[in-house]
Write a protein that binds this ligand. Structure first.
Ligand code: NAP
Length: 334
């Protein structure tokens, strides 16, 4: 298989900005992945894995690498232990289709993660989370190809080191995820702890089954998040120590906060909106989304440099105003 040269990556990402890959190929099997790793070595180029491109920013100069998209997407349901069901999905399987397939079987565990763009592999890399659910809660194992040796092996939860919107795979670029397995339950109760879902219930929406919860989550998301020109939340919600929370609460008594470990998670959207009044703030063709300022939106004609400039400005303003160093959720693909 010969990779194509100078392939524009913008159409392969949800941001829709950025330059070309020096080489690009799709991998349809573990053997093809190993072949592509050989190709990259022979050309003395790094191999960079691209999933659905829903959490990355491609620089305008492009990427001097062999970019490989894993497109295997088969999904199987297997009997797990203790009456649970294992959903085994190849890395390129579309996440939201998986959520639907599991919910249609009456399986609990993925329903609050409905409507998230991206693939099964990406869900693991990012440890996606929404409405109180997190991929880590259902993760059973992943099969990966070690690109250095071409060998396939199994990664268990301890090695995957899933954390708040992160995993070991963010730093281990030599491991290509080919398959992920999730353990789901036939019995469950809806997790409606987040205010949006509690409100839906109060408004009379039936939320008794995984299908109904998934449908409600999709409807809420469709109201709050743009469909194109973004990569979801651009920044992580900061986790701060008790002293910082007290300092912020003295200035903003209404500031929401949620306990995490020894500290508290603060909704950055609240600070951007209520403290800095930056909802909808725009710099040229890039803006913070009006309905959710954690989301950076690139309009027609925007470049990666425009996104980067706005992101840096937000980082600087938050550092100045609150002494908080933001962590990006979106990765620069380089
Ligand atoms: P929201 O419900 O308005 O909540 C704002 C923030 O407060 C969230 O980020 C959430 O943290 C936190 N929060 C709210 N209720 C909480 C609770 N009961 N316990 C603990 N933490 C709580 O958030 P939103 O912006 O509309 O997003 C809804 C959900 O979808 C959130 O879970 C969000 O993370 C997720 N989402 C993720 C992305 C992405 O690209 N990563 C994009 C859109 C939405 P958490 O973020 O930890 O949940």
């Amino acid at each position: 298989m010969t990779p194509a040269e100078r392939v524009p990556l913008a159409p392969l990402t949800s941001f829709g900005v950025g330059g070309a890959a020096r080489f690009f190929a799709e991998a349809r099997s573990v053997e093809e992945l190993a072949e592509l790793a050989d190709f990259a070595r022979a050309h003395a180029l790094p191999l960079r894995l691209l999933a659905s491109g829903t959490n990355i920013l491609v620089p305008d100069a492009g990427v001097e690498a062999l970019v490989v998209r894993v497109v295997m997407d088969a999904v199987a349901f297997e009997e797990g232990s203790e009456g649970r069901t294992l959903v085994v999905a190849e890395a390129g399987a579309r996440w939201d289709a998986l959520v639907d397939a599991a919910a249609a079987r009456g399986l609990w565990g993925l329903e609050n993660l409905a409507g998230i763009p991206g693939s099964a592999g990406g869900a693991l890399v990012q440890n996606i989370g929404a409405y109180g659910a997190e991929f880590a809660r259902v993760f059973a194992y992943a099969d990966v190809v070690d690109l250095a040796s071409g060998e396939e092996r199994r990664v268990l939860p301890a090695e995957a080191a899933l954390g708040y919107r992160t995993s070991r795979f963010k730093s281990r670029r030599d491991l290509a995820i080919v398959r992920v397995a999730m353990s789901l339950a036939a019995e469950g109760v809806p997790d409606l702890a987040y205010a949006d879902l509690a409100r839906a219930k109060e408004a009379g929406v039936s939320l008794a089954t995984p299908v109904e919860v998934a449908r409600a989550v999709r409807a809420i998301r469709a109201e709050k998040f743009p469909a194109t020109g973004c990569a979801g939340s651009f920044f992580q919600n900061p986790i701060v120590r008790a002293e910082k929370l007290a300092e912020l609460r003295a200035r903003y008594p209404e500031l929401p906060a949620y306990p995490v470990g020894g500290g508290a998670k603060i909704p950055l959207a609240w600070l951007l909106d209520h403290a800095l009044h930056l909802k909808g703030y725009a710099e040229g063709p890039v803006r913070l989304f009006e309905r959710q300022p954690l989301v950076v939106v690139a309009s027609e004609g925007a470049r990666a440099a425009d996104v980067e400039a706005l992101a840096r400005e937000i980082e600087a303003r938050v550092a100045d105003a609150f002494g908080i160093a933001l962590t990006r959720e979106v990765e620069t693909f380089a």
